[in-house]
Structure formats: C-alpha cells, structure tokens
Write a protein that binds this ligand. Structure first.
Ligand code: NAD
Length: 319
C-alpha cells in the first residue's frame, strides 16, 4: 500500500510507516505543494499524511483515487480538511490532539509575557545598538501577576494555560466557550462569562477555539472595541478567528495596548500595516514547534495510518 507524506516531517513517523511495510513517499519539495502539485502527488495513495497547509477537498480526494482510505492530518486543527467531502467519499480523517497541548500552552504563555514586557521590541533595540545605558523610562511594560486573563475556548490548550499559571501569579481566570466546564470551574476557579464580558474585563485575551464557520471572525471590530485600552490580545489558534484588518486598525488607533500573534488570517501573508506596528509580537506559526512535540505529532499521524490501513479503527478520528 502507498502512503504519501506532503512534506518532510520528523523521521519517527516515516520510519513507522516504512516498518509497517508501506511504500512511503515524502514530498521532496522544500515548501508547500501547490494545489495542482498536491493533486498530482496523491495519485494512487491509500493514505495521505497531510499538513495544515494542505487544502484537502473533494478534488484532492478524487485525484488520489477510490482506494484512498485515510487522511491523517499532522495537526490538531483540521480547518484545512473538508470533512463533509471525506465523509461523502468514505475517507477517514484523523488529527493529532493532546500531544501538542502542553507545548502550545507554554508557547502561548511565553508570547503573553513577551508582549506584556516588550521583550522582542527590546531585543531588537539592543541589537540595533540603541542601548545607551539603563533608563528609568525604558520599555516600561505591564505586570502579569494579579491580572485577569480571558480564555476564549477552554479546551485542552486553554485549560492547560490555566493549570500552568494558576499558582504563583495570582491570575483571575475568566472564560468563554460553547459549553461550560463546571469541573474546571470548581477545580481551578475559572469563571464562565459571556464573550462581551470577557472582552470588557480581561487584561489579556487569549484565543483557543478551532477555526470553524462559527468562529471565523468571532473577534471583529465590535469585540475589539470592548477591550480595555490597556489590554492585550494573544492568538495561537487560527488567524481567521480574528478579523485581522480590524485588529490592525484598533492597534494603530491604540484602542488596545498590543497583540501577540502566532497565526494570521491569510498565512503566510500579513494584513497591510501589521508588520509596521510597534505594539505587536509576530511569530511564524510555531506554537507547537518543539522537537519532542513535532516528533510525537509525526508518530501519532503515522499510527493512525497504520491502524486504518491495517483494518482497525483510527486512533484519533475527527468527529
Ligand atoms: P479543543 O477542541 O480541546 O478546544 C477547543 C475549545 O473551543 C473547546 O472547549 C470548544 O468547546 C471551544 N469552541 C469550539 N467552537 C466554539 C465556538 N464557536 N465558540 C466558543 N467556543 C468554541 O482544542 P485544542 O486542542 O485546545 O486546540 C485549539 C485550537 O488551537 C486548534 O483547533 C488549533 O486550531 C489551534 N492550534 C494551533 C497551534 C499553533 O501551532 N498555533 C497548535 C495547536 C493547536
């Protein structure tokens, strides 16, 4: 059986596929396959190991052929896959939940501190030779302790952030989600609020919902204008949850204090004006990028393929 892997990923997963006896072909292109290249590359595959940068829809599934059984996404988010198309063609889709939770939570916390304390701006300033000695007013930032953090989407990653910060920083956590998590409320003292109240009362808003038709532009100009002038917005989920042009506008107008972004609405393109702002920290979608975690994602995606092609149930089916 033939497995295609759309980009070089940590070797552990590739080895697993080879050991299982599959003909395993890894794309040799140093970058994302174009849609035409992707369609050509998947031809004759029984399984596709896809990345979040691959748009998997009916045309790609058709191009693979009727023998295709599984698309294993190397990500927990699966907004790049048309699940209805997979269902219609009896193709199983899987993802990699859980193995990246702690890394993304740690990364989000790092980004939050970077934004609050001007870390990347100060680093740039120092490298540029502008540091002329200690200054009483140099890069004054915001303390994180005792502040209110609003989590939008208290799922695996959102809750992990709460667990990591709840002791030691005196943070007041509020959250908004489709569903309440009463156990987390009891255990960690997080408080469920409306989206409007979360935007109004948070010193830091951190977004952790998946990108779905319902969450696209969940945070638009109206929601951004509810935020405190001193508040920061952090996004390590998916770019299109925020209306990026509106975010640029409120940042330019100093309606909010700043933002830390790992993801963008039209990646890798940034909205006009975003990169010129001095009150943002911008990262290239690296929240899960640790050696250990990426290896676990590689292994998990491969294990799903091994299971399905071996006639067993997938380990991490999507819905
Ligand atoms: P999860 O499914 O455990 O949590 C998502 C939470 O969002 C759930 O509690 C869910 O109820 C809530 N939610 C869903 N739709 C909602 C809506 N319309 N309104 C309010 N709440 C809603 O997922 P997770 O493992 O915590 O991951 C969250 C997202 O983070 C992923 O979907 C992915 O897109 C993103 N992510 C990004 C990176 C990165 O590299 N930047 C890495 C991993 C995950």
């Amino acid at each position: 059986m033939k497995v295609v892997v759309t980009r070089q990923i940590p070797e552990v997963g590739i080895e697993l596929l080879k050991q299982a006896g599959f003909e395993t072909i890894v794309s040799s292109k140093d970058g994302v396959l174009t849609q035409d290249e992707l369609k050509e590359f998947v031809k004759g595959a029984d399984a596709i190991l896809s990345l979040l940068t691959d748009k998997i829809d009916a045309s790609v599934l058709d191009s693979a052929g009727p023998q295709l059984k599984v698309v294993a996404n190397y990500a927990v988010g699966y907004d790049n896959i048309n699940i209805d198309d997979c269902k219609a063609k009896n193709v199983i889709a899987t993802n990699t939940p859980g193995v990246l939770t702690e890394t993304v939570a740690e990364h989000t916390i790092g980004l939050l501190f970077a934004v609050a304390q001007n870390i990347s701006q100060a680093d740039k300033y120092t490298r540029e030779g502008k540091f002329m000695g200690w200054g009483p007013m140099l890069f004054l930032g915001t303390d994180v302790r005792n502040k209110t953090i609003g989590i939008i989407g208290l799922g695996r990653i959102g809750l992990e952030i709460v667990k990591r910060l709840k002791d030691g920083f005196g943070i007041n956590f509020i959250y908004y989600d489709l569903k309440r998590n009463e156990q987390a409320e009891k255990e960690f003292g997080v408080q469920f609020v409306s989206l409007e109240d979360l935007m109004k009362n948070s010193d830091f808003v951190s977004i952790h919902v998946p990108l779905t038709p319902e969450t696209k532009h969940l945070i638009g100009e109206k929601e951004l204008r509810l935020m405190k002038k001193t508040a920061y917005l952090i996004n390590t989920s998916r770019g299109a949850v925020i209306e990026e042009a509106a975010l640029v506008k409120v940042l330019q107008e100093r309606v909010i204090a700043g933002a830390g972004l790992d993801v963008y609405e039209n990646e890798p393109k940034l909205s006009e004006g975003l990169a010129q702002l001095d009150n943002v920290v911008l990262l290239p979608h690296i929240a899960s990028a640790s050696f250990d975690t990426r290896s676990k994602m590689s292994e998990m995606a491969a294990q799903n393929i091994v299971a399905v092609l071996g006639g067993q149930a997938p380990i991490n089916p999507i819905v």
